[in-house]
Ligand binder design. Structure first.
Ligand code: NAG
Ligand code: NAG
Length: 218
């Protein structure tokens, strides 16, 4: 019953809109001749669409839907739609929010340009996220896990897992070591930390000092 009632009201509304669109409202130049009153307030994601019947009427834009349906006061984005960059629709992932974790099959994984669909470590098989492997510290240069959850043997590197590293970044898909922990030094290619050969011409005292420094961070 409710559905029929709402349906009837909707039809009434459609009829009213149709009437509003009739030539009475069109002036001699053929333009719609109704100005929105200054007191009108329009919600976000809408554009004014005023008529005699709905003086402060509006249309929702960018896929947003009027709410409530009969006498809308705002434009909303509800299930199954989601918001992404000011638009409402079906999005698998929203690039502006960085890593958008999704538990969806990756068969039609769509990632923004420059991003790859990578499996998520420690999550169920099939979980994936869009990663910028040119900059991602833990998937530098490629996915660490493929979308099927298998270890990707291609070229993904976890920069934080480099032995002895203390400050590292992922630059254009390569780990760039800036600083190593005490007892290590950055190698020539800035890609790893090499243990400093302490016994190489050092007094026993300085070796002991280095060991203590590593142990206690002195
Ligand atoms: C390593 O880093 C240093 C200091 O940031 C820089 O001067 C040098 O050119 C880098 N070497 C390579 C191979 O990138
Ligand atoms: C090792 O250090 C001593 C002084 O502590 C110095 O005389 C010697 O030349 C050094 N050897 C090398 C190979 O650097």
């Amino acid at each position: 019953m409710k559905t029929t009632f709402a349906g009837a009201l909707l039809s009434l509304f459609a009829l009213a809109s149709a009437v509003a669109g009739k030539p009475e409202l069109v002036d001699r130049t053929g333009d719609l001749h109704f100005t929105c009153p200054k007191s009108c307030k329009f919600p976000t994601h809408s554009e004014p669409h005023c008529s005699i019947i709905k003086p402060c009427g509006f249309d929702c834009t960018n896929g947003y839907l009027p709410h409530p349906l009969l006498f809308p006061t705002k434009c909303v984005c509800t299930w199954p739609f989601t918001e992404c960059n000011g638009k409402c629709g079906i999005f698998k992932a929203c690039p502006s929010k960085g890593h958008h974790k999704r538990d969806l099959p990756a068969t039609n994984a769509q990632c923004p340009v420059g991003h790859s669909a990578c499996g998520i470590v420690g999550r169920a098989t099939g979980s994936w996220e869009c990663i910028d492997t040119q900059k991602d510290l833990e998937s530098c240069g490629g996915c660490l896990l493929s979308t099927t959850g298998a270890f990707d043997e291609q070229d993904g590197q976890d920069c934080t897992a480099i032995e002895g590293v203390s400050d590292v970044s992922c630059v254009r898909g390569s780990c760039m070591v800036k600083k190593c922990m005490h007892g290590y030094e950055v190698d020539e290619s800035n890609s790893s930390c090499q243990p400093i050969e302490r016994t190489k011409n050092k007094s026993l005292f300085s070796v002991a000092k280095d060991v203590l420094a590593v142990e206690y961070g002195a």
